[in-house]
Design a protein around this ligand. Structure first.
Ligand code: NAP
Length: 182
């Protein structure tokens, strides 16, 4: 797997695991674009990592994802790796009646639906590139459940199966010889 001179998008790359990967990818000689919702976090990430490119985008919002895809097509047409990392985990008890529908949906819309939106929006760009790759960040909790994160576990299991099916679609379409998921 070639990991130098690539153009890499890391969603949710303004903190935590995403930022750590983005910084490592930069050191390895890649063009790296990170996204997130908070402009302040984007500014902090870019200021702390010279060369890093920051774009605001909410993966759970299809209009925001479409805008991101448009910007990438226009300004970074060599994009060839997408690291679907944006994710949130809420710990809660389903017996707690104060938990709202919005809170329940947030993890699904970010972790699972967001991964699907970003993938679909960027497939045309990636399909035109040799050796393109999509990496979807799942979790151990996709296969091992814990009581306090039921929706999170479901979203990550969904990401796992989405990645498997995506690999099959790519194989069938002949678009790429391989894809990876974490
Ligand atoms: N930490 C762990 O132990 C662990 C273990 C296994 C898997 N993971 C997975 O690894 C990934 C990163 O986790 P982390 O712990 O590094 O998280 P984190 O530090 O909380 O960072 C999450 C990143 O995602 C962004 N984000 C959240 N919602 C978003 C949205 N709707 N649209 C775009 N960006 C969004 C955040 O920025 P904004 O809030 O500004 O949008 C931030 O940049 C997640 O997918 C997580 O499920 C984490």
């Amino acid at each position: 797997m070639k990991l130098a001179n690539r153009t890499i998008l890391v969603t949710g790359g303004t903190s935590g695991i995403g930022l750590a990967f983005a910084q490592r990818f930069l050191q390895m000689g890649n063009t790296v674009i990170v996204t997130g919702r908070s402009l302040q976090r984007i500014e902090e990430a870019v200021a702390g990592s010279p060369g890093l490119i920051g774009l605001a985008a909410d993966v759970s919002d299809p209009d925001s994802v479409a805008k991101l895809a448009e910007t990438l097509r226009a300004d970074y047409p060599t994009l060839d790796i997408v690291f679907n990392n944006a994710g949130i985990m809420h710990e809660y008890d389903l017996f707690d009646e104060r938990i709202t529908a919005g809170q329940l949906a947030a993890e699904i819309n970010t972790n699972l639906t967001g991964t699907v939106y970003v993938t679909q929006a960027l497939l045309p760009l990636l399909a035109a590139r040799p050796e393109a790759m999509i990496v979807n960040v799942s979790s151990l909790l996709a296969s091992v459940s814990v009581a306090n994160a039921p929706t999170y576990s479901a979203t990550k299991a969904g990401v796992h199966m989405f990645s498997d099916a995506l690999r099959e679609q790519m194989r069938e379409s002949g678009a790429w010889s391989a894809t990876s998921c974490a």
